[in-house]
Design a binder for this molecule. Structure first.
Ligand SMILES: Nc1ncnc2c1ncn2[C@@H]1O[C@H](COP(=O)(O)OP(=O)(O)OP(=O)(O)O)[C@@H](O)[C@H]1O
Ligand SMILES: [Mg+2]
Length: 508
């Protein structure tokens, strides 16, 4: 670890306060980063992590406080100011231009003077060099829209390395990565700190925090509530520091009796965005009262499968029967009417409307039927009571029900969509990555709700890359590889090792 002399301080933030209408997002926060270290910011959804980093990156202006870089007070008014001072930020939601190539996206980050009529040749060459040096596999000529999330992530990091940042902020960089991709990322990040850079890391995954951090600062309600380091703490203690109570890190799964099939999929074929097969000759059955997990490395057809089942993606051939009704030609709305709920993986894009209020998003899919609407009239009392209850149970942190959803923190928008989809009593639930991006307290609650619904007879298809989650919740686990099922394991026989082999395409 880096020595602790003041001269090694790359960044000091002192007494940072930031208020939004109805919320104090940061209150008198002190935070610093030394050369060569990873300093983790930990906290519940809405604790103020992204806000603090957006202040540093010039996206927000602090109401109070001082920022110093290498000991000198600075004012950072915009991201281009931040970039000029050697600060890079990888956001919670990617900021790449999908219709441009990797090289073009990297060049976009460069100062305009250099960009004018820039020949991309040298950019592509440098990307290849850095690719090799940092073990970051990216194809400079690929279009962003063609890339899987893990690859997009590498492009974001490439952009930062290309600009030669001295301080890199990573806001939940691993929430969309697979375990193997996370390992690769950590190797790259360590290479960056070995070169004397400083990193700020934000993640809700405590094992990652324990593995990567040199120091950890915990935020709660906008204030620093703890400082520690991995050698002095444990996952359980970190959870306690964040939430202020004991958190159960593994879900409890009771005996449940599976009954009649609620979802039957036979010989399903679906195409991906690029028109190539994404799901191939797929067979699956999910019964009332059981959870069937789909494990697999992202990009192996899970997203396309979920979208096809929800009516959002055309089915090329095959049969899907939900509650006894053939649904391959049905619209998403018709499928909902059959008692199907759907938690999409891309909740910002497919699940919520940013300009709508919290309450509007919570009733988005139910606004035209009882109890919310009767004879064309909305029942506002019902809406308010129902929404308040959901916000409380799922700990959605929002000043009011009328707050625009776009003002919520990333994890709280996730919770909003999940709360809506879990609020009814669906006959069939398709849940894609249901705890991605939410804090551990909320993850614990979501697991409890899923287990309650299973006990109440809901059939649940759980698509998740979090192997602990899949093993903890599922009765059976099917592993998807290149659009097909590589193998299916019963809960009792499923281990991370066995699933990992199937995920890599090795059949038993
Ligand atoms: N532009 C904004 N307008 C109004 N309120 C905001 C805005 N940005 C953030 N907030 C509020 O500030 C608080 C802190 O949000 P922030 O995004 O910093 O949380 P976070 O710790 O990053 O959470 P998460 O883990 O969910 O990403 C939240 O209550 C959020 O609703
Ligand atoms: Mg955030």
């Amino acid at each position: 670890m880096a020595p602790t002399t003041a001269g090694d301080l790359l960044l000091e933030m002192e007494g940072i306060t930031k208020r939004f209408p109805g919320v104090v997002a940061n209150e008198a926060v002190d935070f610093d980063v030394r050369r060569g270290e990873v300093h983790t910011l930990l906290g519940e959804n809405g604790a103020g992590k992204s806000t603090l980093m957006k202040i540093l990156y010039g996206l927000y202006h602090a109401d109070e406080g001082e920022v110093r870089l290498s000991g000198k007070p600075v004012t950072i008014n915009s991201p281009s100011d931040a970039i000029d001072r050697g600060i890079g930020m990888i956001h919670q939601h990617f900021m790449l231009v999908p219709t441009l190539t990797v090289a073009e996206n990297v060049a976009l980050g460069l100062p305009p003077i250099r960009r004018i009529r820039q020949d991309l040749g040298p950019v592509r060459e440098r990307i290849s060099e850095l690719s090799d040096a940092y073990g970051l596999q990216v194809d400079p000529d690929a279009y962003i829209w063609q890339l899987a999330v893990g690859e997009r992530q590498r492009v974001e990091i490439m952009k930062a390395i290309y600009r030669d940042v001295s301080l890199l902020i990573l806001d939940e960089p691993t929430s969309v990565l697979t375990p193997a991709e996370v390992d690769d990322l950590f190797v790259t990040l360590r290479q960056m700190t070995d070169g004397g850079r400083g990193l700020v890391f934000i993640s809700h995954k405590l094992h990652e925090v324990m593995a990567l951090s040199d120091r950890i600062t915990v935020l709660r309600g906008g204030r620093v509530t703890g400082r520690t380091m991995p050698s002095e703490t444990s996952r359980e203690q970190l959870a306690h520091m964040m939430v202020g109570r004991e958190v159960q890190l593994a879900p409890t799964r009771l005996e449940s009796k599976a009954a009649e099939a609620r979802l039957k999929v036979k010989d399903l074929n679906v195409l991906g965005d690029r028109g190539t097969p994404a799901v191939t000759d797929f067979d699956l059955e999910v019964r009332s009262g059981e959870v069937v997990g789909i494990a697999g490395v992202s990009g192996n057809g899970q997203r396309e499968l979920a979208e096809a089942l929800a009516g959002l993606r055309p089915v090329v051939s095959g049969e899907v029967v939900m509650n006894g009704v053939e649904t391959t030609d049905r619209t998403p709305k018709e499928i909902r009417r059959l008692g199907v709920s759907y938690i999409p993986e891309e909740r910002m894009r497919d699940g919520a409307i940013g300009e709508f209020s919290v309450a509007e998003n919570l009733i988005l899919t139910d606004h035209d039927r009882p109890p919310i609407s009767r004879r064309g009239l909305l029942d506002f009392k019902q809406i308010e009571d129902g929404c308040s209850d959901l916000v409380r149970r799922f700990t959605v942190k929002t000043p009011t029900l009328d707050t625009p959803t776009a003002n919520l923190s990333g994890g709280n928008i996730q919770k909003l969509v999940i709360a809506r989809e879990l609020s009814g009593e669906p006959e069939l639930l398709i849940a894609s990555q249901p705890t991605r991006g939410v804090d551990i307290g909320a993850a614990e609650y979501i697991h409890t709700v899923l287990m309650d619904q299973r006990a109440g007879g809901t059939a649940i298809l759980l698509i998740s890359e979090d192997l602990d989650e899949v093993i903890g919740l599922s009765d059976r686990i099917a592993v998807m590889f290149e659009g097909r099922i590589m193998g299916t394991l019963d809960q009792e026989e499923a281990t991370v090792q066995r699933l990992g082999l199937l995920m890599a395409g090795v059949s038993e």
